[in-house]
Every structure is written in structure tokens, then in C-alpha cells.
Write a new protein. Structure first.
Length: 137
């Protein structure tokens, strides 16, 4: 999409990164994922192509099959589905989706736990109004 997307980092990850940076003072303000070939890509981050190669290689080394579909989308689907109970506009923004339609139709998947909640839902009983106290005039 060639679009910069800025979202907050999870608090646990931020705290751990801060702790690590303090223990390794030489790190400074360097990239989180610098390109390993800094001689060819000075000051540049890992490319999406290299990250994809690493993930494919991890599947091979772990001797597990990859899910059908795109390489990274399986992780995005799980992430989106686990957040179905949160406001869709915020989930879309945090996940890098431009609109909630794509999030809801392609990424959020039905799951047994949520469907069970829907099926077992009991409408709350209507509250009865007590007679209101008379207004003083």
C-alpha cells in the first residue's frame, strides 16, 4: 500500500524494549529491525521480502506446514478475530486496515466461543419504573 501507518506499541513490549535498551546502552536510537546487510542498505530496516523469507525459513526449520493463503495474513486473521469484542474502528486502525469492511469480511473469523455467546445470549429483563417522587414546586 506504500502508506506509513503509526500505531502505539503494546505496553509490555515497550517496557521490555526500554529495559533492554538500558542494559545495552550502545544501542541508542537504532532501528528495531535493521537490515542485516548494512554495507548494502545503510540505515535501512529489514525489507518485507527479507522478513517473508525469514518466516518461510522458520516454517521449514520447524518442519510445520504453512496455512493456505498469504504468508502473513494467517497472523492478521488471528489478531483481528481475538479482538472482535473491541470497537471495529479502533481494531482496523491498530491493525493497519483502512476500513472496517475489509477487517470484518476478510479477517475477523467466526469462532466457537463467540458463536456460543451469541446463541446463549439472554435478553436482560426490562427494568420496571418505580413511581417517580413528586417534584416539589
Amino acid at each position: 500500500m506504500r502508506k506509513t501507518w503509526v500505531i502505539p506499541i503494546p505496553k509490555k513490549a515497550w517496557k521490555e524494549l526500554q529495559r533492554f535498551r538500558l542494559s545495552q546502552r550502545a544501542i541508542g536510537a537504532s532501528l528495531l529491525f535493521p537490515h542485516p546487510r548494512q554495507d548494502r542498505h545503510p540505515g535501512k530496516p529489514v525489507t518485507r521480502h527479507l522478513a517473508a523469507y525469514w518466516l518461510k525459513r522458520a516454517y521449514q526449520l520447524a518442519m510445520i506446514g504453512r496455512s493456505d493463503g498469504s504468508l502473513w495474513h494467517v497472523f492478521r486473521r488471528v489478531w483481528a478475530t481475538e479482538r472482535k469484542h473491541l470497537p471495529p474502528k479502533d481494531v482496523a486502525a491498530a491493525g493497519g486496515w483502512r476500513d472496517i469492511q475489509t477487517l470484518m469480511t476478510c479477517y475477523q473469523q467466526p469462532d466457537e466461543e463467540t458463536m456460543r455467546e451469541v446463541v446463549d445470549f439472554e435478553k436482560p429483563a426490562k427494568a420496571t419504573l418505580r413511581s417517580a417522587p413528586a417534584l416539589m414546586s
